[in-house]
Design a protein around this ligand. Structure first.
Ligand code: PRX
Length: 648
């Protein structure tokens, strides 16, 4: 059993949930009257244009409907309703990598969003339900664009700026987006980098749906413009009115799509709702980070991921907080950049990923001591398991031993936090996300749907619906049902399976053990091995390929590819092939999926029916002993041959 850290007393006293009794009390309330629990929250937290008639409709499960009949606009929740009391409060404090700063108040943000919303409506003919792809750097205009879409009921689909033209094209096509909003580029590691040429490349063929491109000028580098298609935001947005009539949306109308990797096939367009999503974004901001009126909140994610959606844009703004947005890398101009920003902006809650903590710990263990980090109250992590070493450094060196760490487990599909400590209540321990939030029925079960005993791994399932859950996979309802409700059952009924394994430790704390499917987690980014295999398989010299994850001290997992090559066995050819294959990956997916290691092997371990035994390949990559029965393989001798070839 690892050490427990009790909550900081001073923080607990002022926290919304002050101790475990209060936490348990809420869990009991939610258990005894599930709908009543959510009903109370939805009434209290959301300013409805029209109240809903029904809390939860389960008639067509797993296509659950929450708050049916209700009407709202998410931007009213995030902006409009704050104007009476917070119009001159900083909504977004942005820092460019070059040190440029912009402070945007709630009133200014309201106007910015309205002008852009009008532009989308009037100039580009965007209407309720249309899809708009955002391919943006970390600049405030990314938030303006998300909110402008929400204002007029358009569905945004933000594509992470690190994805390649091919990956962007796939997402534009799948969503049949009418418009792309992008920027010339931005700054990274002190140099300009470009986005617009990637959009040009993506639109070169097969994107007839996309008629126009709106470009925000950020780095002012030269770019090419396509006449009649491309428009410069900076030149035309101010011509629009600063007032805009919102589209009043049904609670269940989609707010956004966000593509994420699954274990098979192409990335899935995870579809989120309006009311349920915003309710949970706000509620978790309040309870998990315990943000107060004058606090400054900083989440270091990119807006291209769900963490950026919920905890840079929608969550902080829904609760009227001040959110920090930073353009660049954590190591520019040096490894103290983030700590200097915490000092400078007096940040109160700081939320980042274990991979960044590991990197900053390794590269600059003493850097934090040069800054005043005393404003911090709560620290958070997300995206992957955090190792005890990194946890302790974060706790002691960044939090000064007084800030609880909320290790938040959740997913693109869950919309917001699911399993996490509450900073004023939960005794925390390194490596555990602790307990589910009240109202969230997270259970670890075996293949028969029974709870697993302490210390035994099982499937992490959510056995009741929750308001911010994924509603569908865009354009593929069958895949939605199969991907999430096809694997696990409880009491004979399909339940949401996260794809993660987990176990209860001796104290009943939840420990996430990682994905059980063919998804790997590289620097907190989810990547499907099937996607990488599909790309590598396109190369003319690749006969067969299998990709697995391998532990990496900084990235969490690295990408390890086994390749059966056609027509060559010379070493120089292999070196050339490694470069070739990585080029292909960068072109078709992006840098985030670059291979960490490749081994050329004479064959792959397959069952007699031809299924590749990835578990064996995972064990070999991790240098673990093989525990699986290999006698049933088509060619058992292949295992030893591969083991001999995999030298580290
Ligand atoms: O495996 C889990 C891991 O990240 C996956 C979700 O990835 P994504 O949809 O990209 O969302 C990341 C940000 C919410 C999960 O299935 N994961 C997320 N948080 C944690 C985690 N693993 C361990 N501990 C966490 N706190």
């Amino acid at each position: 059993m690892s050490q427990l850290f009790e909550p900081n007393r001073a923080l607990s006293k002022q926290a919304r949930i002050k101790n475990m009794c209060e936490y348990k009390e809420l869990c009991i309330q939610a258990d005894e009257d599930f709908e009543g629990y959510w009903d109370k929250l939805a009434r209290e937290k959301i300013e409805w244009f029209k109240p809903y008639d029904r809390v939860l409709n389960e008639d067509n499960a797993p296509f659950y409907k929450w708050f049916e009949g209700g009407k709202l606009n998410v931007t009213h929740q995030c902006l409009g309703r704050h104007l009476n009391s917070r119009k001159n409060k900083a909504a977004i404090i942005w820092e460019g990598e070059d040190g440029t700063r912009r402070i945007i108040t709630y009133l200014q943000l309201f106007y910015r969003v309205n002008r852009l919303a009008n532009l989308l409506r009037n100039k580009f003919g965007i209407q309720k339900g249309d899809r708009v792809v955002l391919y943006m750097p970390m600049i405030p205009e990314a938030a303006f664009a998300m909110l402008a879409c929400a204002k007029i009921g358009a569905i945004h689909s933000v594509v992470f700026g690190g994805f390649s033209a091919d990956a962007l094209r796939d997402r534009i096509q799948d969503a049949q987006a009418k418009l792309v909003i992008t920027a010339d580029g931005a700054f990274r590691r002190g140099k300009p980098y470009m986005l617009k040429p990637v959009v040009d490349e993506a639109l070169r063929e097969g994107c007839e749906c996309c008629e126009k491109v709106l470009i925000v000028q950020r780095n002012f580098e030269d770019i090419e413009y396509v006449r009649g298609r491309d428009y410069v935001y900076n030149e035309i947005v101010m011509q629009e009115s600063k007032y805009c009539e919102p589209e009043w949306m049904d609670a269940e109308d989609p707010l956004f799509l966000l593509y994420t990797s699954g274990s098979t096939g192409k990335p899935k367009g995870v579809q989120h709702s309006s009311a349920g999503y915003i309710l949970w974004a706000q509620y978790t901001m309040e309870h998990v980070f315990d943000v107060k009126e004058n606090d400054t909140f900083w989440c270091t994610a990119d807006v291209g991921w769900i963490t950026g959606h919920t905890y840079i844009v929608y969550g902080p703004l829904a609760m009227g907080a001040t959110t920090i947005m930073y353009e660049g890398v954590p190591t520019f101009p040096d490894v103290g950049r983030w700590w200097s920003m915490i000092d400078e902006h007096r940040v109160n809650q700081f939320y980042t990923a274990p991979t960044a903590i590991r990197l900053l710990h390794k590269e600059g263990a003493d850097a934090p001591s040069k800054y005043d980090l005393s404003s911090l109250k709560v620290l958070g992590t997300v995206g992957e398991p955090i190792n005890p070493d990194a946890w302790m450094w974060y706790y002691e060196q960044i939090g000064g031993g007084k800030c609880p760490i909320v290790d938040t487990w959740w997913q693109t599909e869950t919309g917001g936090h699911m399993i996490t400590p509450l900073p004023g209540a939960t005794p925390i321990k390194p490596g555990s996300a602790t307990f589910p939030l009240p109202g969230i029925k997270a259970e670890i079960i075996d293949e028969n749907g029974n709870p697993t005993p302490k210390g035994e791994k099982g499937f992490l399932c959510i056995t009741k619906p929750w308001p911010s859950m994924i509603r569908n996979i865009w354009g593929d309802s069958d895949r939605f049902v199969k991907s999430y409700f096809g694997d696990c059952k409880k009491d004979g009924k399909p339940v949401y399976f996260s794809g993660d394994g987990a176990m209860y430790d001796d104290d009943g704390y939840i420990v996430i053990t990682g994905r059980t499917d063919d998804v790997i987690n590289v620097s907190g980014h989810r990547i499907g091995t099937a996607e990488i295999e599909a790309v590598l398989g396109h190369h003319e010299n690749v006969a067969e390929v299998a990709v697995v994850g391998r532990p990496d001290p900084i990235k969490g997992e690295g990408i390890f590819a086994y390749i059966v090559i056609k027509g060559t066995d010379s070493i120089s050819e292999e070196v050339y092939m490694i470069q070739e294959l990585n080029k292909l990956i960068v072109k078709e997916i992006g840098n985030i999926a670059k291979l960490d290691a490749i081994r050329f092997v004479p064959g792959l371990p397959k069952t007699r029916s031809g299924k590749i035994m990835r578990r064996i390949l995972r064990s070999i990559a991790k240098k673990e002993p093989i525990t699986q029965d290999i006698s049933t393989l088509e060619d058992p001798s292949i295992v030893e041959k591969i083991q001999n070839l995999v030298q580290f």
